[in-house]
Every structure is written in structure tokens, then in C-alpha cells.
Design a protein around this ligand. Sequence first.
Ligand code: HEC
Length: 159
Amino acid sequence: MNKINVFLMALCAFVLVACNKTEETHAAKVDATQVSTPEVANAAKTEDNNTAIARVCSDPKMPELAKKHNCTVCHELEKNCVGPSWQSVASKYKGADKYTFIDKTNGNREYSLHEGLIKKVSKGGSDVWGTMPMPANDPAGKKQSEIKELVDYILALAK
Ligand code: HEC
């Protein structure tokens, strides 16, 4: 193998690593200027991202478990924030017993409603409420019982 090939391989490896890194940080970061709710998007023009989001999503009535898992950064009970209000989530799935988890890499899959929403909250994803993605809240699957409890809580909000 000549020197040029070695150099090219090293360059490829570097580019791959660099790209993967950007994707990782991208997945975890929320760009508040891209959020559909006008309150957050406007606030983000003058404040930094996290301040804008935190200022707009701050519902003291959210349950302790939601605070513990930082759902409160993006969700409120009655008002759309970065993500949809949990009341609207409950209304959307009222009476449904199936949920299609959108997976752009491995293909969509149908689950029972509870199982599917647990999967969505755990792995994250977009395109149900808008293009804004929810980041993975339990990528390693270590908090499944608490995520399940939160999904039960949300669905029980249906009137
Ligand atoms: C960084 C912001 C953010 C955080 C943190 C967050 N969410 Fe979300 N959530 C979103 C967005 C954005 C959507 C809409 C996703 C879509 O359109 O598919 C969403 C959607 C949802 C939905 C509806 C899913 C669907 O497909 O209809 C549920 C349920 C939910 N979130 C629960 C939670 C719970 C529980 C937590 C905490 C463990 C949490 N979220 C943390 C932003 C967030």
C-alpha cells in the first residue's frame, strides 16, 4: 500500500469520526429557533436556546417523575411548548389501541399503544406532531419502568 492510500484512509476515518460526533451532539440538542411554537422561537432570537426553552416550558403542575426525567424542559400539561401538551397527546390517542413507531433506519413498526409510546419516549423521534424531534429519553433502556409510569400518567389525562 503506498503512502497516498494510507493518507486517504486516515482522512476517511477522520471524516467518519467527525461526522458521527456532530450527529450525536445534534440528536441531543434542541434548536429553539426551529421550534414550531412561536413563543419559544421568538424567545430564542434574543436569548440562548436553553433559557428560551426553560422560560417558556415551566409548568409547576407537572408530576415529580416528569421533573426528575427532564420532560418538563419541553412539555407542559395543557399548553404546547417545545413538544405537544400532554393533554393533547392523551386526546390524540384516546380510544386507540395501536401505535406505529416511525423508524427511518429500520422501518416503521406497529406496537400496542402503551408499548409504542414507551418505545417513542425511550428512543425519541419526530414526524408525529411536526418535524421537531424528541431526543431519546432512555437510549440504554435503564429506566423503562419509570418511562412506563410516565406514559400511563399521560394517557390517563384523556377526558
Ligand atoms: C427536548 C425536548 C423534549 C423532551 C426533553 C421530552 N420531549 Fe416528549 N416530545 C418532544 C417533541 C418535539 C415531541 C413531538 C415528536 C413528534 O412529532 O413525533 C414529543 C412527543 C412526546 C409524546 C407523544 C409521542 C407521539 O408519537 O405522539 C410523548 C408521549 C412524550 N413526548 C413524552 C415525553 C416524556 C415522558 C418525556 C420525559 C421522559 C419527554 N417527552 C421529554 C420533545 C421533548
